[in-house]
Write a protein that binds this ligand. Structure first.
Ligand SMILES: NC(=O)c1ccc[n+]([C@@H]2O[C@H](COP(=O)([O-])OP(=O)(O)OC[C@H]3O[C@@H](n4cnc5c(N)ncnc54)[C@H](OP(=O)(O)O)[C@@H]3O)[C@@H](O)[C@H]2O)c1
Length: 341
């Protein structure tokens, strides 16, 4: 823990920007010495790191106008514990959510810190079903998609961070929910664990044919997390008056394709409503979201589907698996709970 008398901080830096799919050698593990804690700042020890697809754009240098370069700590949201504090509102021992990144310790001004929802059986829930991915699912299904009983909802990336809750919110609203995912095991999770009405295996099935069989009256709500070719395939099978929520472009992030979507005439013909979603617009709803859904997660009415990797050193490989679409749930990394100093 100490390095030449000072506190050491294990960290993972960006080594070089990926070209296509990221590989573990794009990242570099280092041990850095921690500076003295600055005035008014709070030092946090990381317990869990959230790995999210948007980090692919961040390390490419172009996430909504922001990015990092080689030599910088890979960013990411974390659940952490305050281990030293120069601020009275954030005493040692407080559990927080903060942008700690891929490292053991991070220093913050109080504005960057958020308390965890009370009553969590597992702190990582604040990064998954009750965190940013969960809020995204809530915003897409309820605020923009206005899901209701009688809807036929299609969710791709159906068992991942956003999709796993989106499908469950659809079911709880009384909708018929169709998962699109890849592989037998993910289809099993979708139907048996997350309660989707049906599942299409995009790696094996003819998605268009399966959809016309499963949704003969058309899809009334498509929560798009992946872009083309699924965006076009599902849009072709929209019901009249269908809604499309554009939220993610998994198929594009590694640079192999550029989603263009269906010709607009198709949406015109279906009298479709198409809305773009940016979760930051719903930050003001986060506390209410946590208050409403924490009891449902804790009593098992909503299932948290997490894929947890042990140790900071597992982060590069886990992130690369996520970007290859091999994850089977919301990806988090759990750091060893060592003594603070
Ligand atoms: N707009 C916003 O504010 C916002 C906020 C959060 C997340 N998002 C977006 O939501 C999406 C899901 O994020 P997440 O964190 O929940 O990730 P995730 O679903 O846990 O992981 C990504 C999944 O995408 C699927 N996938 C990968 N490549 C694909 C491809 N070429 N075509 C179709 N599916 C592919 C894979 O699932 P299967 O094997 O199941 O197909 C993979 O497991 C991402 O696009 C993310 O950027 C947007």
């Amino acid at each position: 823990m100490t390095m030449h008398g000072t506190l050491a901080n294990e960290a993972v830096l960006l080594h070089h920007r990926p070209d296509g799919l990221p590989t573990p050698d794009c990242f570099e593990a280092v041990s850095q010495s921690l500076p003295a804690l600055g005035d008014g700042k709070v030092r946090c020890r990381t317990h869990y790191i959230s790995l999210d697809p948007y980090i692919r754009s961040v390390i490419a240098g172009n996430h909504m106008g922001h990015g990092i370069g080689p030599g910088e700590v890979v960013p990411g949201e974390t659940v952490a514990e305050v281990v030293a504090s120069h601020h009275p509102d954030w005493p040692e021992g407080t559990q927080v959510r903060c942008p700690g990144g891929w490292q053991q310790f991070s220093d913050h001004l109080p504005e960057a810190l958020h308390r965890l929802p009370t009553g969590l059986s597992r702190p990582s829930l604040a990064l998954s079903v009750l965190g940013m991915p969960g809020l995204t699912a809530f915003a897409g299904m309820h605020r923009l998609g206005e899901v209701a009983s009688g809807d036929t909802v299609v969710v791709p990336a159906a068992v991942g961070g956003v999709g796993a809750l989106a499908g469950q919110l659809g079911r709880l609203a009384g909708a018929r929910t169709i998962a699109i995912t890849s592989g037998e095991e993910k289809c099993r999770i979708a139907v048996e664990e997350l309660g989707y009405s049906a599942c299409i295996d995009r790696a094996r099935d003819d998605v268009a044919a399966a959809l016309s069989e499963l949704a003969p009256d058309g899809v009334s709500l498509y929560f798009d997390l992946v872009g083309d070719p699924l965006l076009t395939t599902v849009s072709q099978q929209l019901a009249v008056g269908g809604r499309v929520i554009l939220c993610g472009l998994m198929g594009d992030y590694n640079g192999a394709q550029k989603t263009t979507g269906p010709p607009p005439g198709l949406w015109i013909g279906k009298r479709a409503t198409v809305k773009g979603l940016v979760v930051y617009d719903f930050e003001h709803e986060r506390l209410e979201f946590e208050r409403r859904y924490t009891p449902l997660v804790e009593d098992g009415s909503i299932r948290a589907n997490e894929e947890c990797h042990p140790g900071l050193s597992s982060a590069p490989d886990a992130f690369c698996r996520l970007m290859r679409g091999e994850n089977t749930g919301k990806v988090v990394v759990e750091l060893a709970q060592a003594a603070a100093s």
